[in-house]
Design a binder for this molecule. Structure first.
Ligand code: NAP
Length: 292
Protein backbone atom coordinates (compact mmCIF):
# COMPACT_ATOMS: atom_id res chain seq x y z
CA UNK A 1 0.00 0.00 0.00
CA UNK A 2 1.41 3.40 -0.96
CA UNK A 3 1.06 6.17 1.60
CA UNK A 4 1.53 9.90 0.99
CA UNK A 5 2.51 11.53 4.26
CA UNK A 6 2.12 15.34 4.34
CA UNK A 7 3.97 16.86 7.29
CA UNK A 8 6.63 14.13 7.39
CA UNK A 9 9.13 16.39 9.17
CA UNK A 10 7.03 17.51 12.15
CA UNK A 11 7.54 16.50 15.78
CA UNK A 12 4.74 13.95 15.34
CA UNK A 13 4.81 13.50 11.57
CA UNK A 14 8.42 12.34 11.29
CA UNK A 15 8.24 9.46 13.79
CA UNK A 16 4.81 8.44 12.49
CA UNK A 17 6.02 8.36 8.87
CA UNK A 18 9.14 6.46 9.94
CA UNK A 19 7.07 3.86 11.78
CA UNK A 20 4.91 3.38 8.70
CA UNK A 21 7.99 2.87 6.53
CA UNK A 22 9.44 0.43 9.08
CA UNK A 23 6.19 -1.51 9.03
CA UNK A 24 6.71 -2.10 5.31
CA UNK A 25 4.43 0.51 3.73
CA UNK A 26 5.70 2.40 0.70
CA UNK A 27 5.87 5.90 2.18
CA UNK A 28 6.36 9.10 0.20
CA UNK A 29 6.87 11.91 2.67
CA UNK A 30 6.57 15.62 2.00
CA UNK A 31 7.43 18.44 4.36
CA UNK A 32 7.43 22.20 3.78
CA UNK A 33 11.01 22.26 5.12
CA UNK A 34 12.31 19.14 3.36
CA UNK A 35 15.49 18.74 5.44
CA UNK A 36 13.41 17.92 8.54
CA UNK A 37 11.91 14.88 6.78
CA UNK A 38 15.26 13.46 5.65
CA UNK A 39 15.57 10.80 8.42
CA UNK A 40 12.55 9.09 6.81
CA UNK A 41 14.94 7.80 4.13
CA UNK A 42 16.84 5.80 6.82
CA UNK A 43 13.74 3.63 7.17
CA UNK A 44 13.20 3.15 3.44
CA UNK A 45 10.76 6.03 2.91
CA UNK A 46 11.14 8.51 0.08
CA UNK A 47 11.24 12.26 0.69
CA UNK A 48 9.68 14.09 -2.25
CA UNK A 49 9.76 17.76 -3.24
CA UNK A 50 6.08 18.58 -3.54
CA UNK A 51 2.86 17.47 -1.91
CA UNK A 52 1.60 16.57 -5.40
CA UNK A 53 4.58 14.21 -5.91
CA UNK A 54 3.66 12.46 -2.67
CA UNK A 55 -0.03 12.12 -3.49
CA UNK A 56 0.21 10.98 -7.13
CA UNK A 57 -0.98 7.35 -7.17
CA UNK A 58 -1.21 7.05 -3.36
CA UNK A 59 -3.75 4.68 -1.79
CA UNK A 60 -3.77 6.64 1.44
CA UNK A 61 -3.01 10.30 2.14
CA UNK A 62 -2.11 11.20 5.73
CA UNK A 63 -2.06 14.82 6.91
CA UNK A 64 -0.25 15.64 10.15
CA UNK A 65 0.33 19.41 10.13
CA UNK A 66 0.07 22.17 12.69
CA UNK A 67 -3.45 23.48 12.06
CA UNK A 68 -6.34 23.65 9.62
CA UNK A 69 -4.74 26.45 7.60
CA UNK A 70 -1.58 24.38 7.06
CA UNK A 71 -3.61 21.30 6.10
CA UNK A 72 -5.84 23.24 3.68
CA UNK A 73 -2.77 24.85 2.08
CA UNK A 74 -0.92 21.55 1.70
CA UNK A 75 -3.97 19.78 0.33
CA UNK A 76 -4.64 22.58 -2.16
CA UNK A 77 -1.17 21.95 -3.61
CA UNK A 78 -1.42 18.18 -3.35
CA UNK A 79 -3.82 17.41 -6.22
CA UNK A 80 -5.91 14.89 -4.30
CA UNK A 81 -7.64 13.98 -7.57
CA UNK A 82 -4.40 12.30 -8.64
CA UNK A 83 -4.45 9.80 -5.76
CA UNK A 84 -5.27 6.17 -6.66
CA UNK A 85 -8.88 5.14 -7.29
CA UNK A 86 -10.61 4.44 -3.98
CA UNK A 87 -7.96 6.35 -2.01
CA UNK A 88 -8.60 7.44 1.59
CA UNK A 89 -7.49 10.69 3.25
CA UNK A 90 -6.66 10.22 6.94
CA UNK A 91 -6.62 13.63 8.63
CA UNK A 92 -4.65 13.30 11.89
CA UNK A 93 -3.84 16.94 12.78
CA UNK A 94 -5.80 18.64 15.56
CA UNK A 95 -8.10 21.09 13.78
CA UNK A 96 -11.22 21.47 15.97
CA UNK A 97 -14.90 21.34 15.06
CA UNK A 98 -15.07 24.00 12.36
CA UNK A 99 -11.72 22.87 10.92
CA UNK A 100 -12.74 19.25 10.48
CA UNK A 101 -15.96 20.29 8.74
CA UNK A 102 -13.98 22.50 6.36
CA UNK A 103 -11.60 19.64 5.53
CA UNK A 104 -14.42 17.08 5.14
CA UNK A 105 -15.98 19.44 2.58
CA UNK A 106 -12.66 19.64 0.73
CA UNK A 107 -12.47 15.83 0.68
CA UNK A 108 -15.99 15.69 -0.71
CA UNK A 109 -15.13 18.15 -3.45
CA UNK A 110 -12.18 15.96 -4.44
CA UNK A 111 -14.22 12.74 -4.24
CA UNK A 112 -11.88 11.11 -1.71
CA UNK A 113 -13.03 9.12 1.36
CA UNK A 114 -12.33 11.06 4.54
CA UNK A 115 -11.30 9.75 7.95
CA UNK A 116 -11.02 12.12 10.90
CA UNK A 117 -8.33 10.58 13.13
CA UNK A 118 -6.57 12.89 15.59
CA UNK A 119 -4.19 11.30 18.06
CA UNK A 120 -3.52 11.21 21.76
CA UNK A 121 0.11 11.05 22.84
CA UNK A 122 3.16 13.16 22.26
CA UNK A 123 6.65 12.89 20.73
CA UNK A 124 7.85 9.91 22.76
CA UNK A 125 4.75 7.71 22.17
CA UNK A 126 4.88 8.73 18.50
CA UNK A 127 8.45 7.43 18.33
CA UNK A 128 7.45 4.19 20.06
CA UNK A 129 4.41 3.67 17.83
CA UNK A 130 2.30 3.93 20.98
CA UNK A 131 -0.20 6.68 20.14
CA UNK A 132 -3.92 6.36 20.78
CA UNK A 133 -5.82 7.00 17.56
CA UNK A 134 -9.29 8.50 17.78
CA UNK A 135 -10.87 7.33 14.54
CA UNK A 136 -14.10 8.42 12.89
CA UNK A 137 -15.25 7.94 9.34
CA UNK A 138 -16.98 5.57 6.95
CA UNK A 139 -17.30 2.00 8.29
CA UNK A 140 -16.27 0.41 4.98
CA UNK A 141 -12.68 1.73 5.10
CA UNK A 142 -11.93 0.92 8.74
CA UNK A 143 -10.61 -2.63 8.26
CA UNK A 144 -8.32 -1.44 5.47
CA UNK A 145 -6.77 1.20 7.74
CA UNK A 146 -6.17 -1.16 10.69
CA UNK A 147 -2.54 -2.01 9.73
CA UNK A 148 -1.73 1.71 9.29
CA UNK A 149 -3.07 2.64 12.71
CA UNK A 150 -1.37 -0.41 14.26
CA UNK A 151 1.98 0.83 12.90
CA UNK A 152 1.69 4.21 14.63
CA UNK A 153 -0.48 3.45 17.64
CA UNK A 154 -1.12 1.07 20.50
CA UNK A 155 -4.90 1.47 20.32
CA UNK A 156 -7.55 2.77 17.92
CA UNK A 157 -10.86 3.96 19.27
CA UNK A 158 -13.53 4.20 16.53
CA UNK A 159 -16.10 6.70 17.68
CA UNK A 160 -18.50 7.28 14.77
CA UNK A 161 -18.79 9.33 11.61
CA UNK A 162 -16.12 11.88 10.63
CA UNK A 163 -16.20 14.77 13.09
CA UNK A 164 -16.88 12.60 16.14
CA UNK A 165 -13.16 12.04 16.78
CA UNK A 166 -12.38 15.76 16.57
CA UNK A 167 -15.15 16.43 19.10
CA UNK A 168 -13.58 13.90 21.47
CA UNK A 169 -10.14 15.44 20.83
CA UNK A 170 -11.23 18.96 21.88
CA UNK A 171 -12.66 17.47 25.08
CA UNK A 172 -9.38 15.69 25.85
CA UNK A 173 -7.44 18.86 25.06
CA UNK A 174 -9.53 20.89 27.50
CA UNK A 175 -8.26 18.49 30.16
CA UNK A 176 -4.63 18.58 28.95
CA UNK A 177 -4.35 22.38 28.96
CA UNK A 178 -6.07 22.54 32.36
CA UNK A 179 -3.52 20.10 33.83
CA UNK A 180 -0.54 21.95 32.34
CA UNK A 181 -1.74 25.42 33.40
CA UNK A 182 -2.66 24.01 36.82
CA UNK A 183 0.83 22.53 37.15
CA UNK A 184 2.40 25.84 36.07
CA UNK A 185 0.54 27.91 38.61
CA UNK A 186 1.05 25.33 41.38
CA UNK A 187 4.83 25.22 40.81
CA UNK A 188 4.95 29.03 40.56
CA UNK A 189 2.96 29.36 43.81
CA UNK A 190 5.23 26.89 45.61
CA UNK A 191 8.32 28.83 44.57
CA UNK A 192 6.70 32.18 45.43
CA UNK A 193 5.92 31.10 49.01
CA UNK A 194 9.26 29.38 49.51
CA UNK A 195 8.08 25.76 49.23
CA UNK A 196 10.25 23.35 47.23
CA UNK A 197 7.88 22.21 44.44
CA UNK A 198 9.41 18.74 44.68
CA UNK A 199 7.80 18.53 48.13
CA UNK A 200 4.41 19.08 46.51
CA UNK A 201 5.10 16.15 44.16
CA UNK A 202 6.35 14.04 47.07
CA UNK A 203 3.24 14.82 49.12
CA UNK A 204 0.81 13.65 46.43
CA UNK A 205 2.94 10.69 45.26
CA UNK A 206 0.93 7.51 44.77
CA UNK A 207 -2.32 9.05 46.02
CA UNK A 208 -5.48 9.98 44.13
CA UNK A 209 -4.11 13.49 43.34
CA UNK A 210 -1.05 12.11 41.59
CA UNK A 211 -0.90 12.03 37.80
CA UNK A 212 1.98 10.94 35.52
CA UNK A 213 1.34 13.85 33.13
CA UNK A 214 1.43 16.40 35.95
CA UNK A 215 4.66 14.81 37.21
CA UNK A 216 6.22 15.02 33.72
CA UNK A 217 5.26 18.65 33.04
CA UNK A 218 5.94 19.90 36.60
CA UNK A 219 9.37 18.23 36.37
CA UNK A 220 10.13 20.21 33.20
CA UNK A 221 9.06 23.44 34.94
CA UNK A 222 11.19 22.71 38.02
CA UNK A 223 14.21 21.87 35.80
CA UNK A 224 13.51 24.81 33.39
CA UNK A 225 13.76 22.25 30.56
CA UNK A 226 11.42 23.28 27.76
CA UNK A 227 12.63 21.07 24.89
CA UNK A 228 9.44 20.78 22.84
CA UNK A 229 7.36 17.60 22.87
CA UNK A 230 4.33 19.75 22.19
CA UNK A 231 4.94 23.39 21.33
CA UNK A 232 3.27 26.05 23.45
CA UNK A 233 1.96 27.71 20.25
CA UNK A 234 0.07 24.50 19.42
CA UNK A 235 -1.25 24.17 23.00
CA UNK A 236 -2.62 27.73 22.69
CA UNK A 237 -4.23 26.70 19.40
CA UNK A 238 -5.80 23.66 21.09
CA UNK A 239 -7.15 25.77 23.96
CA UNK A 240 -8.65 28.14 21.38
CA UNK A 241 -10.29 25.22 19.55
CA UNK A 242 -11.80 23.97 22.82
CA UNK A 243 -13.12 27.45 23.68
CA UNK A 244 -14.58 27.82 20.18
CA UNK A 245 -16.28 24.41 20.51
CA UNK A 246 -17.76 25.47 23.86
CA UNK A 247 -19.02 28.76 22.42
CA UNK A 248 -20.52 27.04 19.41
CA UNK A 249 -22.51 24.72 21.68
CA UNK A 250 -23.42 27.25 24.35
CA UNK A 251 -21.25 25.84 27.15
CA UNK A 252 -19.97 28.44 29.62
CA UNK A 253 -16.33 27.58 30.49
CA UNK A 254 -14.64 30.66 31.98
CA UNK A 255 -11.62 28.78 33.38
CA UNK A 256 -10.86 27.34 29.94
CA UNK A 257 -11.13 30.82 28.42
CA UNK A 258 -8.63 32.14 31.00
CA UNK A 259 -6.26 29.25 30.25
CA UNK A 260 -6.48 30.03 26.56
CA UNK A 261 -5.52 33.67 27.19
CA UNK A 262 -2.64 32.59 29.42
CA UNK A 263 -1.27 30.12 26.86
CA UNK A 264 -1.57 32.69 24.08
CA UNK A 265 0.32 35.21 26.20
CA UNK A 266 3.13 32.69 26.82
CA UNK A 267 3.19 31.66 23.16
CA UNK A 268 4.07 35.20 22.13
CA UNK A 269 7.55 34.71 23.62
CA UNK A 270 7.91 30.96 24.05
CA UNK A 271 5.73 29.52 21.27
CA UNK A 272 8.41 27.13 19.99
CA UNK A 273 9.22 25.79 23.45
CA UNK A 274 7.26 23.03 25.15
CA UNK A 275 3.86 23.99 26.56
CA UNK A 276 5.38 23.54 30.01
CA UNK A 277 6.92 26.98 29.31
CA UNK A 278 3.54 28.51 30.21
CA UNK A 279 5.05 28.31 33.70
CA UNK A 280 7.36 31.20 32.75
CA UNK A 281 4.38 33.57 32.50
CA UNK A 282 3.39 32.86 36.11
CA UNK A 283 6.88 32.56 37.58
CA UNK A 284 8.24 35.90 36.36
CA UNK A 285 11.69 36.62 37.81
CA UNK A 286 11.58 33.45 39.95
CA UNK A 287 11.90 31.40 36.75
CA UNK A 288 15.57 32.35 36.61
CA UNK A 289 16.27 30.45 39.82
CA UNK A 290 15.85 26.68 39.36
CA UNK A 291 15.17 24.89 42.62
CA UNK A 292 14.37 28.14 44.45
P1 NAP B 1 5.19 20.66 14.62
O1 NAP B 1 6.34 19.90 15.13
O2 NAP B 1 5.14 22.11 14.82
O3 NAP B 1 5.06 20.33 13.05
C1 NAP B 1 4.13 21.02 12.28
C2 NAP B 1 4.16 20.51 10.86
O4 NAP B 1 3.27 21.33 10.07
C3 NAP B 1 5.53 20.63 10.20
O5 NAP B 1 5.65 19.59 9.25
C4 NAP B 1 5.43 22.00 9.51
O6 NAP B 1 6.32 22.17 8.45
C5 NAP B 1 4.01 21.91 9.01
N1 NAP B 1 3.44 23.20 8.64
C6 NAP B 1 3.14 24.23 9.47
N2 NAP B 1 2.58 25.25 8.76
C7 NAP B 1 2.57 24.84 7.47
C8 NAP B 1 2.11 25.43 6.26
N3 NAP B 1 1.56 26.65 6.25
N4 NAP B 1 2.21 24.71 5.11
C9 NAP B 1 2.76 23.47 5.12
N5 NAP B 1 3.21 22.85 6.23
C10 NAP B 1 3.10 23.53 7.40
O7 NAP B 1 3.81 20.09 15.19
P2 NAP B 1 3.48 18.66 15.84
O8 NAP B 1 3.76 18.72 17.29
O9 NAP B 1 4.08 17.58 15.01
O10 NAP B 1 1.88 18.66 15.70
C11 NAP B 1 1.23 18.34 14.48
C12 NAP B 1 -0.27 18.23 14.76
O11 NAP B 1 -0.51 17.19 15.71
C13 NAP B 1 -0.89 19.50 15.37
O12 NAP B 1 -2.19 19.66 14.89
C14 NAP B 1 -0.89 19.19 16.86
O13 NAP B 1 -1.88 19.93 17.55
C15 NAP B 1 -1.19 17.70 16.83
N6 NAP B 1 -0.72 16.95 18.01
C16 NAP B 1 0.54 17.17 18.51
C17 NAP B 1 0.97 16.44 19.60
C18 NAP B 1 2.33 16.65 20.23
O14 NAP B 1 2.50 16.24 21.39
N7 NAP B 1 3.31 17.26 19.56
C19 NAP B 1 0.12 15.50 20.18
C20 NAP B 1 -1.14 15.27 19.64
C21 NAP B 1 -1.54 16.01 18.52
P3 NAP B 1 7.79 22.81 8.73
O15 NAP B 1 8.62 21.67 9.24
O16 NAP B 1 8.21 23.32 7.42
O17 NAP B 1 7.61 23.89 9.75
Amino acid sequence: MRIAFLGAGGTMGLPMARNLARAGFEVRGWNRSPDKAEPLADDGGEVVETAADAVAGADVVVTMLSDVEAVAEAVADARLDRAADGAVWIQMSTVGLDGIEQLATLADEHGIAFVDAPVLGTKDPAERGALVILGSGPGEVRDRLGPIFDAVGQKTLWVGEAGAASRLKVVINAWIVAVVEGAAETVALAEAVGVDPNLFLEAIEGGPLDLPYLRMKAGMMIDRDFQPSFRLALAAKDARLAVEAAERHGASLPALAAIRRRLEEGAERHGDEDMAATYLTSAGAKAGQPGS
